[in-house]
Design a protein around this ligand. Structure first.
Ligand SMILES: C[S@@+](CC[C@H](N)C(=O)[O-])C[C@H]1O[C@@H](n2cnc3c(N)ncnc32)[C@H](O)[C@@H]1O
Length: 225
């Protein structure tokens, strides 16, 4: 089964392991993550309660599908507005055995950042958690070069590119989980930004799209829109 299989079939760890071809060790770490999510959700609103019955598809598979769209040797990852860790923390767990891999998670809500730190500690995921505003933390001077920038449910694409741009270099790929309006958002973003874009269907959200962005540059006055 390939990673492009409909995630509606991913109802638990066994389906996830088959779909994404991950080890028992990775499944055990994701199960630890699921347990902590359910425990902490009793006191903090980490995810929409209606999605708790479908954690493996709505959150884990939704996040995991990005790995296949990233450069195969990507090591330095940055996730913006991580919330309860989607997609960044799932990706970090999946990248645990990639030499030198590190996922920086930026989340300004300190309670959510504490949750991310606890999952990171319990799973040994290669994460660097920044409980800060993206505007302050996500720059090349603070983070160094970044291979991949990810985000889900943070902002419409024009605003998302504004937040991501200070960390983008010519080598960076953006992987953004978007809904049905993805194409409209891409068109709107072209007013201010020059970039290459690909849209891929989401495996976990019927009608959802993954927007892949490369070669991001701000347009200057007088450039065609
Ligand atoms: C709608 S939630 C999405 C969380 C997660 N990405 C997901 O899809 O489940 C957006 C998250 O981004 C965080 N956030 C929003 N604006 C931010 C900013 N400027 N800097 C850092 N975090 C921010 C919020 O605290 C929130 O946890």
């Amino acid at each position: 089964m390939s990673a492009r299989t409909a995630a509606a079939e991913i109802s638990g760890p066994e389906d996830f392991a088959r779909t994404f071809n991950v080890s028992r060790e990775t499944i055990d770490k994701l199960s630890t993550y699921e347990g902590l999510l359910r425990q902490w959700q009793k006191t903090i609103n980490l995810v929409a309660p209606s999605t708790l019955d479908a954690v493996w598809s709505r959150h884990f598979a939704d996040s995991a599908q990005l790995l296949a769209l990233a450069p195969p040797d990507a090591k330095r990852w940055l996730d913006l507005g991580s919330g309860a860790g989607f997609p960044g923390l799932v990706l970090a767990i999946m990248l645990a055995n990639r030499e030198g891999a590190k996922v920086t998670l930026i989340e300004s809500d300190t309670r959510k950042a504490a949750f991310l730190a606890e999952v990171g500690r319990r799973t040994g995921a290669p994460v660097d958690i920044r409980p800060e505003r993206i505007e302050k933390a996500a720059t090349q001077s603070k983070l160094g070069a970044v291979d991949v920038i990810t985000a889900r449910a943070l902002a419409p694409l024009p605003r998302l590119l504004e937040l991501a741009a200070p960390a983008f270099s010519a080598q960076t790929t953006g992987l953004f989980l978007k809904g049905r309006e993805a194409e409209t958002e891409v068109d709107a973003a072209r007013a201010r930004w020059a970039f290459e874009a690909e849209l891929h269907p989401s495996v976990s959200d019927a009608g959802g799209r993954i927007v892949v962005i490369r070669a991001l540059e701000a347009k200057t006055e007088g450039q065609p829109r």
